[in-house]
Design a protein around this ligand. Structure first.
Ligand code: AMP
Ligand code: ZN
Length: 111
């Protein structure tokens, strides 16, 4: 997707504060943090939202979730963290490239 901001970040075309990268995933700090620690885990493949994910993405989705505690620990979130996936307009999604928010390090709104 040529006009997708997270595709551009994944491809290194626009800068980000990158935390992690492998052949399938990238993680970077959110530009407008909602908590002292707030980063995003993003598949390099353009999947518009969780609604667009298919069975073939099962492994990828699992890898995203397993990466969250690993990076949270590296960033000092020893007390736990929150994961959020906004899906579609009704779910508050703004960037239509699947991403998992990971937040922590302060008092978070309870969902
Ligand atoms: P969502 O509402 O789940 O689509 O959230 C999109 C998130 O992407 C927001 O928290 C934004 O602050 C974040 N965001 C947008 N552009 C960038 C960017 N260039 N680098 C890092 N985070 C971004
Ligand atoms: Zn994209």
């Amino acid at each position: 997707m040529s006009d997708c901001i997270f595709c551009k970040i994944a491809q290194g075309e626009i800068p980000s504060k990158k935390l992690y990268e492998d052949s399938d995933l990238v993680a970077f700090h959110d530009i407008n943090p909602a908590a002292p620690v707030h980063f995003l885990i993003v598949p390099k493949e353009h999947i518009a939202s969780l609604e667009e994910a298919h069975a073939r993405h099962e492994m990828l989705l699992g890898r995203i979730l397993l990466l969250a505690p690993m990076l949270a620990k590296e960033l000092g979130l020893t007390d736990g963290f929150k994961t959020v996936i906004n899906t579609g307009k009704g779910g508050g999604q703004v960037v239509f490239h699947l991403h998992v928010h990971v937040l922590g390090g302060g008092k978070l709104a309870h969902v």
